[in-house]
Design a protein. Structure first.
Length: 513
């Protein structure tokens, strides 16, 4: 009998298994680390001092056609190379006064909040604490699953993921598709485009269900209410969208006009997100802030500063206690909604953060950035766990798979067969239904958060495992830039929105949709 080892769990003969690939991966990560250190180096700003420093290092003090800014960049590059070669930090004599002044200025400051915000914080605490308690209790139960059972589930799930292929492509709008998001019941897909239009599609048929026109500029983000399409009563909010007209619109599926228009941002609105309770909406904007809105009253509860440049992405944790924001300053921040404090600073990318997502496990975060990498962060240790050289151009979006509480009808098994309600039709219901249902529930819980998808400006969508962060599947689109990606909650579909106005659907080959 073959002994089960950690290596057998991790090494499935994936793409990064060879020594050559590992060395290439290490070289990319080393270069990223060098760029990060170079970005934080303190160097003279006076051109004469820059020339003097270059002369000390044995470098030409000027090159043909070189400007002052170029010369300073060259000095930074030379110093970073020396630092990498020595393995230590090069200290600059000019940095002491500047850095000490910066450290004094980095203290937290507080501004008075409204009574509505105080009440919202209390509600958020009452909502999130029981959910966190339930999640942790379930994780403790799942941690006791036998290793053999975990390996079997992992192989079955990954075998299905590796069979994802192109199901079809549809022209979504007259301008690029900026974001795609599946509805909670996986029956609809919302697309937002640079034309300012939100469209709701029936999937997988790709027929138009609703066209929502209410923005006057390019749309940056769209998100579904957690209970959307399940309660479609008159006047109920089902969607939220944000656009370049500085507005955040709340939509119902029963009207072509927005239910409410939330105004307050001073610049373009990018990504938007619904709180898990459905009572609040967060919006990220180019005015360097993200804001929290009350859905019921359509009022602004919180204007949160903290980024030095535009804020592009925002996402809530499933418990509802935390929210993460990512900016074009290459910094991400995790905020505690109950107190307003910064819980963690995600400092490691060297280019703008475009995509951010919480894992269903509640303590890990994935960020995708313009430095072509995805970083995995752990809130428990307040640091980055892993850096994935994911794409050869900007990583525009990242999305974890998160399933429903119960497995869907027609669950796909590892051998490609489709079973109804997770049970074989030829198995006697009186003898094995309970056992089958228990096994299927365990597998469905384990599947949630086991993999995530990323979109890149290199034209690819990639699916990654979350236990070893290895590449599972690369999907080709019909565009040079993939703007967004999403995974349906029933596990059957993956959607991508592209710069060439199309969206694509992908599904495992054996799945009958």
């Amino acid at each position: 009998m073959t002994e089960l080892t950690l290596e057998s769990l991790i090494d499935d003969g994936n793409y990064l298994g060879s020594e050559r690939a590992r060395l290439e991966n290490k070289a990319i990560l080393d270069e990223l680390e060098r760029k990060k250190k170079a970005r934080s180096m303190a160097v003279p700003t006076d051109d004469n001092r820059v020339k003097a420093r270059l002369r000390e290092l044995g470098e030409p003090i000027t090159l043909f056609g070189e400007r002052q800014a170029d010369r300073r960049d060259r000095l930074i590059y030379v110093l970073s190379q020396i630092t990498a070669a020595r393995g230590d930090d090069v200290q600059m004599e000019e940095e002491s006064e500047e850095e000490s002044a910066d450290e004094v200025g980095e203290e937290e400051f507080y501004t008075p909040g409204s009574l509505e915000l105080l009440e919202a914080r209390r509600h958020l605490a009452e909502y999130s604490l029981p959910r966190a308690q339930k999640r942790i209790a379930q994780q403790q139960i799942d941690s006791k699953l036998p290793l053999g059972r975990i390996i079997d589930m992992r192989k079955k799930i990954f075998a299905e993921v590796k069979r994802f292929s192109n199901l079809g492509s549809q022209i979504g709008d007259e301008r690029p598709i900026s974001q795609v998001r599946f509805s909670p019941n996986s029956k609809f897909l919302a697309t937002g485009s640079w034309s300012g239009t939100v469209k709701v599609w029936n999937v997988p048929a790709c027929t138009t269900s609703r066209v929502l026109r209410g923005h006057g500029d390019r749309l940056g983000g769209v998100a579904w209410h957690p209970q959307a399409t399940l309660t479609q009563g008159e006047g109920l909010v089902n969607l939220v969208s944000g656009a370049g007209d500085k507005c955040v619109n709340l939509w119902s599926l029963n009207s072509d006009a927005p239910l409410s228009v939330l105004k307050g941002h001073a610049d373009r609105v990018c990504r938007v997100a619904f709180h898990p309770s459905g009572n609040y909406v967060a919006s990220a904007s180019f005015d360097t802030t993200w804001r929290l809105w009350d859905v019921a009253t359509s009022t602004e509860l919180l204007l949160q500063e903290g980024h030095s440049k535009e804020v592009y992405s925002v996402e809530f944790q499933d418990d509802g206690s935390l929210v993460a924001s990512g900016g074009l300053d290459a910094i991400g921040r995790v905020w505690d909604l109950r107190t307003g404090r910064t819980a963690m600073v995600l400092d490691g990318h060297v280019q703008a953060i475009f995509g951010i997502a919480f894992s269903p496990n509640g303590y890990q975060i994935a960020t995708g950035a313009g430095d072509d990498t995805i970083r995995i962060w752990d809130i428990r240790f307040l640091k980055a766990l892993y850096t994935i050289p994911a794409h050869v151009s900007n990583v525009s979006d990242v999305r974890f798979f998160r399933g429903d509480d119960l497995p869907p009808m027609g669950t796909v098994r590892g051998n490609g067969d489709v079973t109804m309600n997770g049970m074989d039709e030829d198995v006697d219901a009186d003898t094995s239904n309970d056992k089958k249902q228990e096994q299927t529930s365990d597998e469905w819980r384990y599947r949630s958060g086991l993999y995530f998808a990323s979109a890149g400006y290199d034209g690819f969508v990639k699916i990654w495992s979350t236990d070893d962060w290895q590449l599972l599947r690369t999907l080709t689109t019909d565009s040079g830039k993939v703007m967004s990606v999403d995974l349906s909650k029933d596990g059957r579909l993956l959607a991508s929105g592209t710069y060439n106005r199309n969206f694509q659907l992908f599904a495992p080959e054996e799945v009958t949709v």
